[in-house]
Design a binder for this molecule. Structure first.
Ligand code: XMP
Length: 510
């Protein structure tokens, strides 16, 4: 494997992920690990991540100094490159003009055959920078391979000792040739071979789960979404009958979600499944409530109560599976992000219950989770489901949530998704769904006046839900959806299209 040493980088896991994309096994270790620990697994190579600190700051994270002498190739990225420069006798300084974002890289003359960084002299594409400090003098024995307008040593190499450093971030998608650079390091310098697969992730994760839970009993809340489903399937593969899954039907799910969970987990995997039909309880608690935050709270609290009751009935359960992904880990760590909505993750942990968490997806990104899901034999329809908010349809029904309005929206949502799927756009769109506003409008159908609900079509593209753009759906598709909604969903007489990006809008309406 290749070890990624993490200095608290924004992109640490992304590096590990890029290595996996090159089909090389990678593990991430904190920078506090000793050289002995890092070298214990006999890594083929070491990658030092970026990090927010300045190498000159008191208490700035360092590596164990003996690592620099290890007979293993090392690639330092950003902060990692600066540490390397400083440790090996170069110089790092604050240049006064940091570089942030896209920056043009220029390759120096005479480095054509240099491993990893070599290539023709001159413009070497745009790379992604994010730094205030920079290496201003490479250590003795190093060749400076590339520079930018603000950074004299943007890339440096000592091929004799197999030490490489880059100020830019090859792991981010905006860096041209970034993946290629990483692969040259992995294959040409470290001698790794591209044999790692998602099957290996499955094997590693199941082993880790077995080691963690031993003979203990494990509980998993299924939400109908991808993450909890993949986590459950993995844990089931690891510990079989020790796992019990709980699916709480809130009455606010998408069409067919409960049946699919039944079909997959009870009938295909033979998982011990508790299916709690609690629609009346949720809708009862929501009766008369129109405030969006109040709705979220009610759904969240009701969910926790129901879940607690089931857990109590089951008795001696010690472990709780959570489908936490790596992006969730980063996000919950960013304390300064303002709370726009109180995101309640249904499947969330009852706070006062003493469970130990099992999080087998904690190191993975969404698309890796999907690949693992496919590897485990989960149905494609489930694996490729678009994200769905914890409070469910309740936050897509503006105004009061009544059984009648839920039925209208669920039917409308099924039409939107079915047409999007048929048009082959489901995977390209981040989300596509129907919204039910709290107004009625006048229409005419079959010579009769109608006074009924409009449906709003909401479809967005996004990388991570932090920002989103409204999707330019083909007009023919919009037309097909609109006709079907009015013709097939009783109570709907008008259709509108939401053309708001995020910001200023949010993806959901509440
Ligand atoms: P917004 O509406 O804030 O949504 O742009 C961003 C993403 O988060 C989903 N979402 C939620 N997910 N619990 C969740 O688990 C919630 O309360 C919640 N609210 C919004 C939303 O579907 C979108 O993908």
């Amino acid at each position: 494997a290749v070890v990624v040493v993490d200095f608290g980088a924004q992109y640490g896991q992304l590096i590990a992920r890029r290595v996996r994309e090159a089909r090389v096994c990678s593990t991430l270790v904190p920078c506090t690990a000793s050289a002995e620990e890092i070298l214990a697994a006999k890594p083929l190579g070491i990658i030092l991540s970026g990090g927010p600190a300045s190498v000159h700051a008191p208490g700035a994270p360092r590596v164990d100094p003996s690592l620099w002498d290890a007979p293993v190739p090392i690639l330092g990225i950003c902060y990692g490159a600066q540490l390397m420069a400083e440790a090996l006798g170069g110089e790092v300084a604050r240049t006064g003009s940091g570089e942030y974002g896209r920056t043009a890289l220029t390759r120096r003359a005479g480095v054509g055959t240099l491993p990893v960084l070599g290539g023709p002299e001159g413009p070497a594409g745009d790379v992604w920078m994010s730094h205030a400090d920079a290496v201003v003098a490479a250590p003795p024995g190093f060749v400076v391979a590339a520079e930018t307008a603000g950074t004299p040593v943007a890339a440096m190499a000592d091929p004799e000792r197999a030490r490489y450093g880059v100020q830019f971030h090859p792991e981010v998608a905006h860096t041209e040739g970034g993946q290629e650079l990483l692969e040259r390091f992995l294959f040409e310098v470290c001698g790794a071979s591209p044999t790692w697969t998602h099957l290996s992730i499955v094997e590693q994760a199941t082993q880790a789960v077995r080691a963690q839970v031993g003979e203990g009993r494990v509980l998993c809340a299924l939400s109908g979404g991808v993450d909890s489903a993949v986590a459950a399937a993995l844990v089931h593969k690891a510990v079989g009958e020790q796992l019990t899954c709980v699916f709480v039907d809130t009455g606010l799910m998408r069409a067919g979600e409960g049946e699919q969970v039944e079909a997959t987990f009870r009938r295909q995997f033979h998982v011990d499944l508790v299916h709690v039909k609690a629609a009346d309880r949720f809708l009862g608690a929501l009766a008369g409530v129109v405030d969006p935050e109040a709705k979220r709270k009610i759904v969240g609290e009701t969910f926790v109560r129901v879940f607690e009751e089931v857990a109590r009935d089951l008795g001696d359960v010690r472990y709780l599976v959570q489908g936490t992904l790596y992006p969730d880990v980063i996000e919950s760590g960013s304390a300064h992000a303002a709370s726009i909505k109180s995101h309640h993750n249904v499947g969330g942990l009852p706070e006062d219950m003493a469970f130990e968490l099992v999080e087998p997806l904690r190191w993975l990104f969404k698309d890796e989770v999907r690949a693992v899901g496919e590897e485990l034999g989960l149905p494609e329809e489930l694996v490729w489901r678009q994200p769905f908010p914890g409070p469910g349809l309740a936050v897509r029904i503006v105004g009061e949530v009544t059984p009648e309005r839920v039925a209208v929206l669920r039917a409308a949502d099924a039409v939107v998704l079915e047409e999007v799927r048929r048009a082959g756009l489901e995977r390209q769109l981040w989300q596509s769904f129907a919204v039910l506003p709290a107004v009625r409008t006048v229409g005419v159908m079959g010579d009769e006046r109608t006074y009924a609900y409009p449906i709003v079509i909401r479809a967005v593209t996004s990388e991570d839900a932090m920002t989103a753009d409204w999707a330019r759906l083909p007009y023919e598709l919009v037309d097909r959806i609109a006709r079907r909604l009015v013709n097939e969903v009783p109570g709907v007489n008008r259709v509108a299209l939401d053309v708001t990006s995020k910001p200023p809008g949010t993806i959901e309406w509440e």
